[in-house]
Design a protein around this ligand. Sequence first.
Ligand code: IMP
Length: 453
Amino acid sequence: NPVWRSVKSVSKVIAVIGAQWGDEGKGKIVDLLAERFEIVARYQGGHNAGHSVQVGDQSFVLHLLPSGIVHRGKTCVLGNGMVIDPKAFFVEADRLTQQGIEVSPERVKISSRAHLIFPYHRALDHTSEERLGNEKVGTTLRGIGPAYEDKAGRRGIRTADALVSDVLRSRIERNLEDANRIIEAYGGERLDADEIFKEMSVLTERLGPFIADTTHYLNVAATEGRSILLEGAQATLLDVDHGTYPFVTSSTTVAGGAIIGTGLAPNRLTGVLGIVRTYTTRVGEGPFPTEMLEGEAELGQMIRERGREYGASTGRPRRCGWFDAFATRYAAEINGFSSVALTKLDVLDTLDEIKVCIGYKLDGKMCESLPAVSQDLRRIEPVYATLPGWKSSTLGTTEINSLPANARRYIEFLSQQIGTEIGLVSTGPERMQTIIVQDSALGSWLRDSSVLI
Ligand code: IMP
């Protein structure tokens, strides 16, 4: 068996990870890279994600399916680390089909070990947020957290389990007993096990042909030298361990999660690409040290409009703030970025001055690393460096040397601060509105076809 003979990777396996609180523009970058990869896999999260991809005059919003789906001939994998709402899957698949995209079992493989989201998970997500009141997380209310709770509590129902009718029925009945107790205690309406069983058995039967052992599939593919792009959702600061806990999502969003959530062996990974915006945003609650508030609220609003900063999943306005190099350095440390893609440069085109947070001060002392406690993060005084703006349009620029000098200086400053090369700069929403730094690691991934070592 070739998988056991050689675990040394002969293929290009690159993970793409958001370095901030999400919405860094991963959709566009994964879409751009996907052309050069044979397989695109997601490894965590569910339809809480919202990736927008613009191809010519067609735009696609993806929640569950990897961005590779809009490229003909690519295989897409929904890995074991994901939580999948079958209803949401088919809504998305049907919409893409109408847009002329093939979503077939030949192209899309869902892990037999991925967990399913049930209607009671959505109800519990609502209840849990209500219970938290002022301390609520501001989740997407898609049932993501409760589904991961069931997974860790060993009550979860996986895609393959759901294909066995008796197992599906008995687990729904057992889980719903507990769920109903909580839902009712908080004034919600009892859910009916029979109804859920009927609805879910139709959906999971339709899901059946898509379900596969994706762990084996991916490891064999890597051994055969096929290139794999691992598409992260959410981002580093929303990671359940390393993010701004408890204001996080419930999965492992960082590079280590790409391994756990696909079953690829750790030494398969040949590169990690971090995605950062030229500024920072956050949806939902939680600390955000560089948020533009009070005196800067108008600026924040201007960036929100220019950057179209409204959630792709929920339509919620995103909170906007300055680039946080301190937090991004932390993300670079955890993920081991080989290269960074910087997105939305053009959004800052009109600013006179641009601030970058280079350090955190807490109780008058400089922090050496990111504070673990969210109450401390709320009290941070950011230490800023101020750089001159470039006051001219960078929209659609494709060459680094065609950028205004101050824009180049800004990019170099960010690269020094993060301690990682910037291999790509995005200058607009479309595929072509991109600068690729040819002598970067990212430039080489795009040049090589598949074999790295
Ligand atoms: P959940 O993932 O729905 O449980 O939400 C937990 C936190 O993660 C909330 O603050 C959400 O706003 C945030 N979140 C979840 N998915 C995304 C995403 O795709 N982009 C940005 N924030 C997200």
